[in-house]
Write a protein that binds this ligand. Sequence first.
Ligand code: HXC
Length: 258
Amino acid sequence: MAYETLIVEIEDYTCLIRLNRPDALNALNAQLMTELAQAVTAADRNDKVRCIVITGNEKAFAAGADVKEMASKGFTEVFFDNLFGPEAEAISRARTPIIAAVSGYCLGGGCELAMICDFILAADSAKFGQPEINLGICAGMGGTQRLTRFVGKSKSMDMHLTGRFMDAAEAERAGLVSRVFPAKSLMEETLKVAAKIAEKSMITAMIVKEAVNRAQETTLAEGLLFERRMFHASFATEDQKEGMAAFLEKRQPQFRDR
Ligand code: HXC
């Protein structure tokens, strides 16, 4: 499918989705969010995709929702349109692992999009922020909820109330980002991480994704029970037999997603 605001390439079982509105620092307008939800949904259904990477360019992952598009809207319009709700939910429903590869500005809705992904790899140039307060609005695609779960109440309040940016080193220290790479090697390193995930059993990767996400969504007791049952269920797969046999035979496993 041809997209106007994205560049999508599938290679070696990785679907690389590049946000492509460079003149607006990849600001998220309605068209981009619609296309992104379509691209992620299509990749999630594609047997040739075992990992999805969402990225921007060197200057910006995304500098937030498109202020030019939003500025004149009123409450009734954004409420009836449920602005960005369905698109964000479609992306968060994907069962395929999604990595956000972030260089440069990752602000407002851009930071929220990165947090919808399963984990964030950042360039040392990355700058994260939730500056919506400067526009007289609050975050609207999960920022107050997800950032608080990533970095805790104190830093989340600081970010949302002051609108300041945090650099990649602070984001890594705070647990928002899993790893930081020099900007020039971010994509190469990200594609290596995606290839590593793509080697795994897809069933097991989906189980892991569901189980880790439970940690954010339920009580510890419920999450532990869910994880234990998924652990038990994984013994019903051929990939469990293959993974353990390969270990005992000192060879690489050949997973078949069964
Ligand atoms: C629309 C944007 C934009 C945005 C940048 N641009 N951010 N357009 N929406 N969010 C446009 C600028 O208008 C400009 O276009 C071009 O991109 C380059 O930006 P500059 O400001 O000239 O670049 P620079 O001086 O380097 O400053 C970079 C910046 C600044 C610090 C990132 O652009 C900025 O503060 N942007 C807004 C960040 C923000 O407030 N994000 C939150 C948005 S609200 P022209 O045409 O002038 O060249 C939000 C709510 C989410 O995200 C809730 C639900 C999704």
